[in-house]
Design a protein around this ligand. Structure first.
Ligand SMILES: C[C@H](O)[C@H](C)C(=O)SCCNC(=O)CCNC(=O)[C@H](O)C(C)(C)COP(=O)([O-])OP(=O)([O-])OC[C@H]1O[C@@H](n2cnc3c(N)ncnc32)[C@H](O)[C@@H]1OP(=O)([O-])[O-]
Length: 719
């Protein structure tokens, strides 16, 4: 709803009231419509101020209403009435003005923002476009190029950038409402026509057509099959080329084409999943709302390789004092230089101070005596990590949290090496750690709920999307990646090429196919993991066949490439060829195609044409199947956790919702049938055997994804 009050004699104050973000629900729209009507018809009212309760202006349309028929007054007529009114309306923006919230402010004649406010039109991140005049009014206020950037990216801008762009008229660190009331009094009676954005002409680049064509090309490349960004460009083109009313018609039609689309449903599922994973729970019954996080005043990072440096940067950027430890002075100096330059570069980009004073570099473990939490990021070797945890346990305060950034090793074994195993959890960051949003918080059987709560809260403080997961090899993300990568190399044995497999995955929406990612991260990373698992190298039992390991099918192709020094970009060749070591542009490599043919004939393998569909089904369904096993094992609490991990950490296209959402969208019976088909065709690949949870869900009539947790619960209760 909206509250109407008269203040300062002649000012009508309309306050949006719909916690927590004053979203424009039907009741709020009705409240605003009634209040604006009242203010405009009250002769004693000279001007109007619009604000939101609890320090938040408005988080936009009520996304929770999208799944049901719309009721109450429409957003567009409500907004048009404000702009057309004969009394000045001033928006007092605190906290956020996003989506419909900014569109509401754009209909006001003036906008005052608090310096901490964030503004934006993030509809594209929900698979939509701004549909309450945003695509038509914003270009008329700030010009076509700047508006196009905000609308196609959905990024939030700070109040200061909004002032620079011309979105707001004032930015204040005072009480925004007080200033807005003063301002409203100062502008009452002044002509409003020039303040009505719908009447303005948008400023456009001289060669508008080529500008928009270039923008469309960039957006299509970035969108990778997402339809909303393309519609955003089309809507802004309408603003640049059509009268306001016709532009609004276009905006309406484009929104109608998106609103009920599968992509919009997938992206809104991602939005709510991101909130669901914040309400974490553990099989022990510990939960986000019954476990108290401990404050972290000072942290430490030990091991300053690529990951350690990124983690140290994230902590400093969040304003947390850090002790950064390396074993030797030489390595410490190299790391110090790297961390300092990242902090300076990032600070410059944000127009902020690099906070170099917050980080202390040391080779002395004694400097960790006073820290609240340590994140270990040394080389991925169990013996080395155990040694480090033993030393940390003896040096650090007894109640210090000891966290490991391992990407696959057993957190419980590390906990066992310490005095306080209940204070040990995994904090699995993704490279580059100061950029990637995902954080897997890994709890072992002895990890205390306080330790999990503290790591989850620290993740939020670092601006990460944190997901609490159980301890197993590869946790959630990497565990699901194994069958996905295995299928990709099996397909090479059967006749596919890296280019074909990558093209199928990139057309599905991944930024990079599995072989280009492998070349980027280095083939030796996987080689080391396979050696650790005894699948190749010294751990292989003598006489074991090259293509059967531990009783199941194995493909030695990646090992053979590693043995020939083809480690990917870093050596200039891997699955692809690069112009030089460190090169980034992947080119097809005739040598590799010949090598594949020789390999097939050497192992008596008959190549057959592999379709795009088979690539997607084998790679994605085996990954999804492992996801179901993870839910069975209770390693992830629900499908939302898995999908959030894959969207924020593994490049799964958000307009496809995530692996588990995709399975639901394709239809669980189809996924089951395909897995059964491929499992029968490949009995030596146990991962293709459908998981019992998948069968159970199909038997239960394939309930919608938000109901899967209940089925999972029954599975566990019967365990
Ligand atoms: C016509 C028009 O053109 C179109 C069509 C539109 O306008 S489409 C809509 C466009 N607007 C958006 O895209 C903004 C979406 N929201 C956000 O980006 C963030 O929420 C936030 C505003 C920056 C606050 O972040 P936060 O970290 O402080 O809290 P939170 O945990 O995220 O959110 C706190 C609680 O509020 C809920 N919530 C947030 N925004 C909401 C919204 N717009 N509608 C409904 N619920 C919302 C959220 O689900 C959570 O609920 P619960 O989980 O507790 O039950």
């Amino acid at each position: 709803m909206a509250r109407y009050t008269r203040i300062a004699g002649s000012i009508a104050l309309i306050t949006l009231k719909n916690p927590p973000v004053n979203a424009l629900s039907a009741a709020v729209r009705q409240g605003i419509t009634d209040s604006v009507g009242r203010a405009l018809s009250d002769p004693e009212v000279e001007a109007v101020v619009l604000c939101g309760e609890d320090g938040k202006f408005c988080g936009g349309a009520d996304i929770k209403e999208f799944a049901r028929p719309m009721t109450g007054p429409g957003l567009v007529p409500m907004i048009d009435a404000i702009e057309a009114g004969e009394k000045p309306v001033v928006a007092a923006i605190e906290g956020v003005a996003l989506g419909g919230g900014l569109e509401l402010a754009l209909a006001c004649h003036y906008r005052i923002a608090h310096y901490k406010a964030r503004l934006g039109l993030p509809e594209v991140t929900l698979g939509l476009i701004p549909a309450a005049g945003g695509t038509q009014r914003l270009p008329r206020l700030i010009g076509v190029p700047a508006a196009l950037d905000l609308i196609t990216t959905g990024r939030h801008v700070s109040a200061h950038e909004a002032l620079k762009l011309g979105i707001v008229d004032r930015v204040t660190d005072r009480n925004t409402l007080e200033l807005a009331v003063e301002f409203a009094k100062s502008v009452s009676g002044q002509p409003l026509a020039p303040r009505r954005l719908s009447t303005r002409q948008p400023s456009c680049p001289t060669d508008l057509d080529s500008f928009l064509e270039g923008a469309m090309l960039r957006v299509r490349q970035r969108a990778r099959g997402a339809i909303a960004p393309v519609a955003c460009v089309q809507a802004v083109r309408a603003a640049a080329t059509l009268p306001f009313s016709q532009g609004m018609e276009q905006e309406k039609e484009l929104m109608a084409s998106l609103f009920t689309s599968a992509q919009a449903r997938a992206m809104q599922y991602c939005f709510f999943s991101q909130r669901t994973v914040g309400r974490w729970s553990m099989p022990s019954g510990a939960r986000w709302d019954n476990s108290k996080a401990q404050p972290i005043h000072k942290a430490a990072v030990i091991g300053l390789g690529t990951m350690g440096r990124g983690i140290a940067v994230s902590l400093v950027q969040a304003g947390i004092p850090v002790v950064a430890v390396e074993m030797e002075t030489k390595q410490l100096e190299v790391a110090k230089h790297a961390v300092t330059s990242i902090l300076e570069r990032e600070a410059q980009k944000r127009g902020k101070e690099p906070k170099l004073g917050l980080i202390h570099f040391s080779i002395d473990l004694q400097d960790l005596r006073e820290v609240d939490l340590v994140i270990e990021a040394v080389f991925e070797d169990m013996a080395l990590k155990k040694q480090v945890f033993r030393e940390l346990s003896s040096v650090c305060r007894p109640n210090a949290f000891l966290c490991t950034n391992t990407s696959s090793l057993d957190v419980n074994q590390l906990a066992a090496a310490t005095r306080m195993p209940e204070l040990v959890v995994g904090m699995h960051f993704f490279a580059p750690a100061h950029v990637m949003k995902l954080l897997e918080v890994v709890y072992g059987p002895r990890s205390s709920p306080v330790a999990v709560a503290t790591a989850m809260q620290l993740g939020k403080r670092l601006g990460k999307v944190s997901v609490a997961v159980g301890n197993c090899h590869g946790f959630v993300g990497n565990r699901m990646l194994m069958p996905y990568m295995e299928q990709s190399v099996f397909l090479l044995e059967e006749g596919a090429t890296p280019e074909q497999v990558d093209q199928a995955l990139e057309e599905f929406g991944f930024p990079m196919g599995v072989f280009r990612v492998s070349d980027l991260s280095g083939l030796d990373v996987g080689w080391k993991v396979r050696k650790g698992l005894g699948l190749t190298g010294p751990g292989v039992a003598p006489g074991e066949s090259a293509r059967i390991r531990q009783g199941r099918r194995y493909c030695p192709l990646p090992d053979l490439l590693c043995k020939q020094g083809r480690l990917g970009q870093k050596t200039g060749k891997g699955w692809y060829l690069y112009d030089k070591p460190g090169g980034r542009v992947a080119k097809s490599d005739p040598w590799l195609h010949n090598f594949l043919e020789e390999y097939r004939s050497q192992h008596g393998l008959q190549a057959h044409p592999v379709s795009q569909q088979e690539v997607l089904e084998r790679c994605l369904y085996s990954l999804i199947n492992e996801g179901f096993r993870i839910l069975e094992d209770g390693i992830a609490a629900g499908p939302e956790d898995i999908d959030t991990i894959y969207v924020f950490g593994y490049g799964w296209p958000p307009h496809r919702g995530g692996p588990m959402f995709h399975a639901g969208a394709v239809g669980l019976p189809t996924v089951l049938e395909k897995l059964e088909h491929y499992s029968q065709a490949h009995p030596d690949i146990p991962q293709l055997q459908p998981s019992s949870l998948l069968r159970r869900l199909v038997t239960a009539g394939s309930p919608p994804i938000h109901k899967w947790r209940e089925v999972v619960k029954t599975v566990h209760s019967q365990l």
